[in-house]
Design a binder for this molecule. Structure first.
Ligand code: MD3
Ligand code: FE
Length: 207
């Protein structure tokens, strides 16, 4: 369990094939109830290349008018987000070791061209809580920077079944997904293959 930086723990292949397939089926059910949508950038309205949805009490989204935020309802259906599968709550208890349960699970779906620019996660009120990230499908080249945008970043691959815990001093580090490596690592689990090559789940405490 390499500690990449203080508070940043990488668990390669934490989920075995069987756990990945079971999780993928539960996420396919989430997508069926809460269809993938495209968030747009604050002010410019430029579309993000990643498609997303959420499960849990709150979900992350963004649009031109109102910017980055958490909402209790899906932006197009208006429905509450689907419940967080118990498997995810169990993984949070195992890995995040935080007294309160996660409130949001953001599902990010990447096709071959999707990427996520360097950013900080700062839309949450509870910055003491860790963030738990789970990856399924193709490898990506991930960048973990420092506390400031210009700080030197380390780059490494996130692969199918990997878990990443960001806590304490790592919580506010800049990070991003440089690119998907569509032919490196595992293909997307069958239940999710129709949606994209890589799926990342980010579990967070928000309030
Ligand atoms: C490092 N998602 O949704 S998860 C995001 O793979 C996001 O979809 C990426 O960044 C993805 O905001 C990366 C890994 C991650 C999440 C939060 C972090 C890494 C982090 C917070 C601080 C430092
Ligand atoms: Fe992030």
């Amino acid at each position: 369990m390499p500690e990449l930086a203080p508070g940043a723990f990488h668990y390669p292949a934490f989920l075995d094939q069987c756990a990945q397939a079971a999780l993928a089926e539960e996420i396919a059910d989430v997508i069926a109830a809460a269809p993938l949508y495209v968030s747009t950038m604050p002010k410019t309205g430029a579309p993000m290349s990643v498609r997303m949805t959420n499960c849990g009490a709150l979900g992350w989204l963004s649009d031109k008018e109102r910017g980055y935020r958490y909402e209790a309802h899906h932006p197009t259906t208006g429905d509450p987000w689907p419940a967080m599968p118990p498997r995810l709550l169990k993984l949070w208890n195992e890995l995040a070791q935080y007294a309160k349960p996660p409130e949001a699970c953001l599902v990010n779906v990447y096709d071959e061209k999707a990427r996520m620019g360097l950013h900080q996660d700062r839309d949450e009120a509870d910055l003491a809580a860790p963030i738990l990230s789970l990856s399924l499908g193709a490898d990506c080249r991930f960048k973990l920077g420092g506390a400031r945008r210009g700080d030197r970043a380390i780059a490494f691959a996130l692969s199918s079944g990997d878990a990443l815990v960001l806590s304490g001093p790592a919580r506010m580090r800049y990070h991003g997904v440089d690119r998907i490596l569509p032919t490196v690592g595992a293909p997307a689990p069958p239940a999710l293959a129709a949606f994209g090559a890589r799926v990342n789940l980010t579990l967070r405490r928000v309030t």
